[in-house]
Design a protein around this ligand. Structure first.
Ligand code: PAF
Length: 290
């Protein structure tokens, strides 16, 4: 069975021995309830390093007051079995008290990109993510860390904080893993009812349709966004945003931008789903006002 550590000193001692013998360390932070998407991160991490460390920590500071912190699925025993099967080397399982001192005065906030899209509807969420990821990177001190690209805004925020705080760590994004019908894998998919689960892949279908419209028609960004929002609403989604943005910094895309991404967040029943699709460089869409 994979080695597990609850304390900061325990995981540090273990990693220090590996680092001392010249081994490279890869890190995969998670909130547990591991699915194929997480295991893909672990497999990718194994390609880059001699040792793979995974953390499982349901981080209270990234949940809003009306969000699902208390009910978030906690499946540690199954998770550790899956990580053992994948050949993971160590699992860090801190308690909330271990990671957060009641006297703490410091949080990490990445300005700008944390404040729009998911950051606008989930106030404080990305400060919670940025703070816990900074703490975990500081504890584990890996050579590289792996994040899923489904949470693309989170990925951009983590890249930014690692650059700004001079962490000597490679941040590697791993493409989204999908179910057979295109639904992006997520721990939250388990909240969908059977009827909602059938409708949920429409989010990916709508992203693909939007990409095709941008490739093969003369619709403006604004027209594509409006049509996509209407399509999702017809299927019963309540849309938070459906937007075309610049991939580098998630600023709104203009006519001269080529590295683009379509981002969506929408709620189906009680479940908030996010997804995205990259647009290739060859697209030269009209700007919003054309
Ligand atoms: O993406 C997640 O699972 C979480 O936001 C992370 C990065 C583990 C921080 O709690």
């Amino acid at each position: 069975m994979v080695k597990t550590f609850q304390t900061i000193s325990g995981i540090r001692q273990c990693i220090e021995l590996w680092r001392h013998s010249g081994e490279r360390i890869a890190f995969v932070p998670t909130m547990g309830n591991l699915h194929e998407g997480h295991l893909t991160l672990v497999r990718e991490a194994k390609q880059h390093a001699d040792r793979v460390v995974v953390s499982i920590f349901v981080n209270p500071t990234q949940f809003g007051v009306n969000e699902d912190f208390a009910n978030y699925p906690r499946t540690e025993a199954e998770d550790c079995q899956k990580l053992t099967d994948e050949g993971c080397d160590a699992v860090f399982l801190p308690s909330v008290d271990t990671l957060y001192s009641p006297h703490a005065k410091t949080t990490v906030h990445v300005e700008g990109v944390s404040d729009y899209f998911c950051g606008a509807s989930r106030r404080g969420h990305f400060s919670g993510v940025a703070t816990v990821v900074s703490k975990l990177l500081n504890i584990i001190e890996p050579h590289s860390a792996f994040f899923g690209l489904k949470d693309f805004q989170q990925f951009v925020i983590i890249q930014t904080l690692v650059r700004d705080l001079n962490f000597p760590i490679d941040i590697i994004g791993v493409p989204t893993v999908r179910e057979h019908d295109g639904l992006a894998m997520s721990s939250r998919n388990g909240y969908l009812t059977a009827a909602e689960r059938k409708v949920a892949p429409q989010i990916y279908n709508t992203l693909q349709l939007a990409r095709d419209q941008l490739r093969h028609s003369s619709y403006s960004f604004e027209e594509v966004e409006k049509q996509s929002i209407a399509t999702l609403a017809q299927h019963g989604f309540v849309i938070d945003y459906f937007t075309i943005a610049r991939r580098a910094d998630l600023a709104f895309a203009g006519v001269d931008d080529h590295d683009l991404i379509i981002l969506v967040a929408a709620t189906l029943g009680k479940t908030r789903l996010i997804d995205n699709l990259w647009l290739d460089k060859s697209i030269t869409p009209r700007c919003q006002n054309n």
